[in-house]
Design a protein around this ligand. Sequence first.
Ligand SMILES: N[C@@H](CCC(=O)N[C@@H](CS)C(=O)NCC(=O)O)C(=O)O
Length: 215
Amino acid sequence: MKLYSYFRSSASYRVRIALNLKGLGYEYQSVHLARDGGQHLAPAFRALNPQALVPVLTDGSETLTQSLAILEYLEETHPQPPLLPQAPAERARVRALALNIACDVHPLNNLRVLNYLTSKLGVNESAKSEWYRHWVEQGLGAFEAGVANSPLTGRFCHGDTPGFADCCLIPQLFNARRFGCDLSGYPTLLAIEQRCRDLVAFRDAAPEHQPDAEK
Ligand SMILES: N[C@@H](CCC(=O)N[C@@H](CS)C(=O)NCC(=O)O)C(=O)O
């Protein structure tokens, strides 16, 4: 398998975690989102993903896009260890936590959205950061409430093994720190993050450990 990724891309980070948790080796292909005017915008990359977004995972002749679709693909093709629980309602809970981040927080704060705010709508840096923090607070606040008050939460977002929700949460916490968000109001999330950090699958997937990492 080959993963088209960028070290700071949180959507790519989700897939890196899942690949590592499942013990799947892959080739890392860096797609620099800032260099050369954005390597993801080049025709060669658009041919792989017309959305011009990372990650892209190729598996033999298959080309897969959208991080959560990729996670589902990996779960179906490599069921062990499972990243979703068995019971339908529990699977729905884990997917809902993952979608909180992937559908309701990340798209509002993605690079192209932030660039549009500043370059097309004339939003200044301070207002851009305020926008960023607002959506992070909305999403992480609900995430914290969802895990802190549920008996289904264990050492990780769901039970005692990591899954889809952790794959999405950890990269979002990384993003939030980059933009100076105050995370002190999310003690349950920080405790889960600490347990994830203790796992080599999460450590190896971290931005600073990628071949294209920069300071
Ligand atoms: N929903 C997509 C989001 C992918 C995405 O937005 N990737 C970002 C990096 S995290 C990207 O390529 N951004 C480029 C841009 O915004 O121009 C997924 O989950 O894969």
